[in-house]
Design a protein around this ligand. Structure first.
Ligand code: G6P
Length: 463
């Protein structure tokens, strides 16, 4: 069997905080003698070429260092100040500096140069996320003929947002050099197909039209998931119970509304707090009866739009406190810190409402983990944005338009008032959907599709 080589910007870390993706792929990589390749997290002053291998909890990880300047242009610059906001349809938050693109390509070239000598002819390469769109092109330019797949963890943009990205034609051509491109949701495949079928006229695309041939590339939705049963076990583990006990003491019987998100403008945090404010304003019976906890670990905080989101959240949380807090009651707690998976699992289980309201999101695994952690006898309710990929899967959530804070406030009221029978019925539907989309099946189905036609028992190439 061919080896599997996984490539991503960040490689998995040590210990129990490792993400679901790493947990799911560890076994496959070990069985197929593959490794994970990516940035070491280290910044250096002069370009480094050496690759260091390390065993991280049984996972073979190969890493390279990047120079400070290249990393800035590639990560904070092109990836997170241009691609991230554009793909999330926030062109108003994009900053365009022309030279970032060169740094982005340089890092992709460096990845390709470092990876190529490590490859065997039949290795299957699986590249993850928007930082590395050009990697297949760069590898193919160096002669690699391997099967190469790409998975986009974030949403794919609509065509007009795509045209606003400098060098988007080249990036789309880069995508056409993969054998398989996987997206989170049908909505993303539709946006991609729209581009592929009606490629922009020169006036829109800003460059002479050269039709891109996507003939070799198969594109499909592979919605990612979690391991909901592992989350269920974690939520009742002693480590989770420690957090549950602390929180129960603080709650004094109030119902918990919980949000857990990276502090990112795509997550709709100020809108979410505003919806909660409307709930308290419209329906005074909830005052002193509910408590909102927002966990928001800082993210990409050298980028000014992220600082502005943090400030906006400070302001609105302060406003809600000033408006509704009493000497002996606080409506909300807001923590800008990361918690380990066991503590989060405990909090999820305790929360009557899981409030997951991103303005746009690839999938949103918090929704999956919240579902997994619930008590089957007395589950909470998932209030979920229609614009998260998860909305295509979780029909039994209360779906909301996160821009409409009245609608979200009403969804909160419904969730808090929902009788236990209905909560159980909805949760059973959600849990079945989470199990149907678990992360291990997700990686298996992507890799099966990426395997060469000979290994799939079919002689033709899918188009
Ligand atoms: C999103 C992206 C990932 C990224 C993660 C954390 O989920 O899809 O590729 O790793 O955010 O962001 P960071 O910039 O800290 O890696």
């Amino acid at each position: 069997m061919s080896r599997i080589i996984v490539v991503s910007n960040r490689t998995p870390g040590k210990g129990p905080a490792a993400g679901g993706l790493a947990v799911a792929l560890r076994k496959t990589l070990a069985e197929r003698e593959g490794f994970w390749f990516g940035w070491s997290g280290k910044l250096v002053d002069t370009p480094a070429t050496d690759v260091r291998f390390e065993d991280i909890d049984g996972l073979s990880v190969a890493q390279i260092d990047l120079t400070r300047d290249d990393h800035h242009a590639y990560y904070a610059g092109f990836s997170n100040s241009i691609l991230w906001p554009s793909f999330h349809l926030r062109l108003d938050l994009a900053t365009i500096e022309a030279h970032w693109y060169e740094g982005y390509r340089r890092v992709n070239q460096q990845f390709a140069h470092a990876l190529l000598p490590l490859l065997k002819a039949d290795d299957i390469i699986w590249v993850h996320d928007y930082h590395l769109i050009p990697l297949a092109s760069e590898l193919r330019n160096l002669g690699a003929r391997n099967r190469i797949g790409f998975y986009l963890h974030i949403p794919f943009p609509t065509s007009d947002a795509l045209y606003a990205i400098p060098h988007h034609q080249e990036l789309m051509r880069d995508l056409s050099r993969y054998d398989l491109v996987g997206m989170q949701a049908l909505r993303d495949v539709a946006a991609f197909t729209e581009f592929a079928e009606h490629q922009a006229p020169a006036t829109l695309s800003g460059s002479p039209l050269q039709a891109i041939d996507f003939g070799r590339t198969e594109v499909d939705a592979f919605p990612i998931g979690s391991d909901p049963d592992a989350f269920a076990r974690l939520a009742t583990s002693p480590a989770a119970n420690k957090m549950v006990k602390r929180m129960e003491l603080a709650l004094h019987g109030q119902q918990l509304i919980l949000g857990v998100d990276r502090l990112d403008y795509s997550k709709g945090l100020p809108q979410r707090v505003e919806a909660y404010e409307k709930l308290l304003a419209n329906d005074p019976r909830f005052r002193r009866q509910v408590h909102m906890l927002q966990v928001a670990p800082p993210s990409r905080d050298t980028i000014k739009e992220y600082q502005a989101t943090s400030d906006a959240l400070d302001a609105i949380c302060g406003r809600v406190m000033g408006r509704f807090a009493e000497p002996d009651w606080q409506p909300l707690t807001y923590v800008k810190r990361a918690y380990g998976q066991p503590s989060l699992a405990g909090l999820y289980r305790l929360a009557r409402v899981g409030l997951v309201t991103p303005l746009r999101d690839g999938m949103n695994l918090v929704a999956h983990e919240y579902v997994g952690a619930q008590d089957p006898e007395d589950p909470g309710v998932l209030v979920l944005s229609r614009f998260a990929g998860a909305a295509e899967i979780f029909e039994d959530a209360i779906l909301v338009n996160p821009f409409d804070t009245d609608e979200t406030a009403e969804a909160l009221r419904m969730a808090l008032d929902m009788p236990r029978d209905e909560r159980i019925a909805r949760w059973q539907g959600l849990m079945a959907a989470a199990r149907n989309h678990n992360v291990e099946d997700w990686s298996k189905s992507f890799l099966e599709r990426l395997a060469p036609a000979s290994a799939r028992g079919t002689a033709t190439r899918d188009i």
